[in-house]
Design a protein around this ligand. Structure first.
Ligand code: FUB
Length: 343
């Protein structure tokens, strides 16, 4: 990830123009996955820290070591930090970099899904369970079999099926799995990537087993197509997938949303079933301060909410972000109104 140029920003002015303020300020939080459990909003973010690791294009400076869960009675209420929900020292298979997590509930158990690098330096996705939504969570001893890359988002469909969407290119290593096996050789963010008119790398998805602890099927590509039915190409940086998968369902349609990474947008694509294909429809959120853009979309009290982050509180430090929330509106034709994070 290239360093963003932030030196010229007037942060006091920016914060005045911001459509929302950080939900908490005592810690840095990012990548918010929001869910409604027992009538309350629970947010599962990354917990950003200053680990003193130099910036590089593979995100080594995102060296997070634990997760905290935030809870809110309503989107305009106070966010309460529930404390440490899971620490990397309590995850036997994980070595470093606890990146964007997600959560789910089934049959009296709360599940935390999270990516981290294993002891070979390969991103895997793990599961931890708890009796209450704020944790503490107990990790499974091994990562999910055949899991790889980052940013799990678990979607519970109306028929009781659960699906995980995941993947991220560059630091998220998705490009190293093109053959189906991890290719360790070759350094730098751009190796192994398709280019130009080649089809873009797809995010991945898999149905979960009944106990939500494993994949019930081999991961499949999530195809994102344009209005003519053609797969988005690798050179289409303003529309192609980079990271930060999310799924929500609105009026019976499946909305797959994601970050475009180096063009800093949250985009969305719609389909008529959880496997896709999904047709590109537009932009959910324009770029925020900081390099990354990452979100979740959830319904609460008959309104829809976008949880997202920016680096305004840290005055532009890319790896010190803060989660925020704002209302999201669907138009009558099912499209989403694009949100500008600063007025
Ligand atoms: O928080 C670390 C990484 O930054 C996430 O996994 C990505 O989605 C990006 O937000």
């Amino acid at each position: 990830m290239p360093e963003d140029s932030i030196v010229d920003i007037d942060f006091d002015e920016l914060n005045r123009k911001s459509i929302s303020q950080p939900l908490v300020e005592h810690i840095y939080t990012a990548d918010p996955s929001a869910h409604v459990f027992n009538g309350k909003i629970y947010i599962y973010p990354s917990h950003d820290i200053e680990a003193g690791i130099p910036f590089d294009d593979l995100g080594s400076h995102f060296a997070m070591e634990d997760y905290h869960v935030l809870s809110m009675d309503s989107p305009d209420g106070k966010a309460i930090d529930q404390g440490v929900a899971l620490h990397i020292e309590d995850v036997p298979w994980a070595q470093k970099q606890m990146w964007a997590p997600d959560a789910a509930y089934k049959n009296g158990i709360y599940y935390l899904f999270f990516p981290a690098k294993d002891h070979q330096g390969i991103f895997r996705i793990g599961v931890a369970t708890a009796k209450s939504p704020g944790g503490p969570f107990t990790a499974q001893p091994q990562a999910i079999k055949n899991s790889f890359s980052i940013d799990p988002a678990v979607f519970a469909d109306d028929d009781g099926s659960y699906y995980m969407y995941f993947g991220g290119i560059w630091g998220g290593q998705l490009q190293r799995w093109r053959t189906g096996n991890f290719v360790a050789a070759g350094e730098g963010p751009l190796v192994h990537l398709p280019t130009g008119e080649e089809p873009a790398l797809c995010p991945k998805m898999a149905k979960l087993t009944d106990d939500l602890l494993e994949f019930a099927e081999a991961p499949k590509d999530v195809e994102i197509i344009d209005e003519n039915g053609k797969a988005l190409v690798a050179g289409d940086n303003e529309r192609r997938f980079f990271e930060a998968s999310w799924m929500h369902k609105y009026n019976g349609r499946y909305y797959f949303s994601y970050s475009t990474g180096d063009t800093h947008l949250i985009c969305y694509a719609t389909g008529d079933n959880p496997y896709g294909p999904f047709t590109y429809r537009g932009i959910v959120l324009n770029p925020v301060v900081g390099w990354t853009n990452h979100h979740s979309i959830v319904e609460f009290n008959n309104k829809w909410w976008l949880f997202y982050h920016d680096s305004s509180l840290s005055r532009g430090v890319t790896h010190l972000r803060s989660v925020k929330v704002t209302e999201l509106r669907h138009n009558n034709d099912g499209t989403i109104q694009t949100i500008n994070p600063y007025k």
